[in-house]
Design a protein around this ligand. Sequence first.
Ligand code: CTP
Length: 424
Amino acid sequence: KAAQEAQQRGWHLYLVGGAVRDLLLAENHESLLLQDIDLVVDGFHRSADVGAGVELAARLREIYPQARLSVHGEFQTAALLWHKDPEFGSLWVDIATARTEFYPYPAANPEVEASSIRQDLYRRDFTINALAVRLTSPKEGELLDFFGGMLDLRSRQIRVLHANSFIEDPTRIYRAVRFAVRLGFEIEPQTEEYIRYAIESGVYDRLKLENHPAPALTTRLKAELHYILEADYWKPALRLLADLGALRCLHPTLVLDKKLWWQIRCVSRWLRWLDPENLLHHWLIRLEVLLSAIESSEGVKIATNLQLPKDSLERLEQLKTIEREVNSALPKCDRPSEVVNLLRQYKLASLILVAIRSSINIRRTIWHYLARWSQVRSPLDGNDLKAMGYKPGPQYREILDELLAATLDGKIGTREEAERFLQD
Ligand code: CTP
């Protein structure tokens, strides 16, 4: 439909970006589920057609009223979203007008002007993402490969199109790592040099995360961090980022040394066990581990500028205090009931963060608490006490606490033992 509508207006329509890459890589096209499709309109003559992408999207919205339309006028792009649609499933279609981008200064938002498909593809990140398939006739179905993308797909290389790519957009460093690890590709040596050069020349200083960050770039960087730290390939991706020196985007002093690497893996193991449903958003906790390793206590400022959620900020703010409290009080606890009394005031994620930063004994005790003791319940509850003839009132809490403590410390286990304990 999109191609028909474009054709009627005398435009060309192209499928570009990740969808082309994934289609060419897929062994079995039938099983490939494309949920994110990028289209580019090109071939117009009048300057008014600069808004071709938006016009086409609006027309498609008339044809498919169930889709949601959003327009980003500034960049002449529009998006159509089908959310759990019976026909399309969940589908996001971006429609842009062919464009080239001028970067008035590195790491700023691109400014846009109408241009041809070749230039549009040339402004993209990697050769494998700069392929296009023409959807309109003549030459419908033709693959446009101006920059050797097919060769790089075959030889499994991540290669930039021009030397300045990473200076113009530092988030591409993260994208290079993400695609390399996800697709099992190699970052081509010259491209790796460009990455290292961009990092060494201070491309991340522009971010100034610990000071006054550039909002658009911060948002994109956070999205990339999210993407990578959430993916099931987060470990090799993080290692590769660290090897390239790209963790400097968070703070110039941040290095993934042996200790930090161990901490972040340990946290992940604990989270898998203690929060199997991912309620805590494991990627976020991994990011918190990185931020809490920043020496100068600037981690909280960086988290604020990255606009991390409120509970995440609170955790980072309180981490040092909780760590001090736990490390001074926990060694004095002799019995499980004392441990439970101390630790139950803290939340799971905070305790995990404290645990991985503490000595082995503290860590072991916190683990026992989280994995076992925090689940222990008294064999009797309020109803049982009532049935036993205790008058309801504030003393219930005290009795139940005492029963719980006795259970934790192994003095009682069964209901009978609990009843006898109360009689005594
Ligand atoms: N792109 C780019 N530079 C960026 C982000 C995106 O050049 N910093 C271009 C690439 O051509 C990319 C396309 O925009 O293919 C679409 O971007 P996006 O949807 O983020 O990535 P995909 O390649 O579709 O990858 P994914 O499968 O991870 O969504």
